[in-house]
Design a binder for this molecule. Structure first.
Ligand code: HEC
Length: 112
């Protein structure tokens, strides 16, 4: 009886903790999207003639590996972005690695 209460409480708590981490990840992704390069990725990407990131991701046309490659190397009018992403206060504060920051941004775009 006691044991099952502890087990249930542990499961409930780890669920909450996992949710809090997921929320934090989306929040950081959002901040990166809105603040990178001073005015955010949307300065360019919310203009219809440029790639629509959320639509591409949801449509399966922009996978995680390609997303990361473009951020690292740039592409045409798209500047390299990883250095800029790592400079964001929210990323610094969370102590995110490059991998974690890119993942947070991708997850945010996927959720938009
Ligand atoms: C100065 C304008 C500008 C900014 C700022 C910018 N982008 Fe871009 N981005 C572009 C342009 C233009 C392209 C299309 C490049 C091409 O295909 O030649 C592009 C392409 C991309 C692609 C590749 C899409 C595909 O299907 O190939 C990704 C991913 C991307 N940008 C992500 C981002 C993210 C994330 C940010 C913010 C950290 C960002 N961009 C900020 C202009 C910008």
């Amino acid at each position: 009886m006691k044991k099952s209460v502890v087990v249930a409480a542990t499961i409930a708590l780890s669920g909450l903790f996992g949710q809090a981490l997921a929320d934090e990840q989306l929040e950081i992704g959002k901040k990166i999207y809105e603040r990178a390069f001073g005015r955010g990725c949307g300065t360019c990407h919310d203009i219809a003639s440029n790639p629509q990131l959320t639509a591409l991701i949801k449509g399966g046309q922009l996978d995680r590996a390609r997303f990361e490659q473009v951020l690292r190397e740039g592409k045409g009018g798209m500047p390299k972005a990883v250095g800029e992403i790592m400079k964001q206060k929210a990323v610094e504060k969370a102590g995110y690695s490059e991998e974690q920051a890119i993942e947070a941004l991708y997850k945010y775009l996927e959720s938009k």
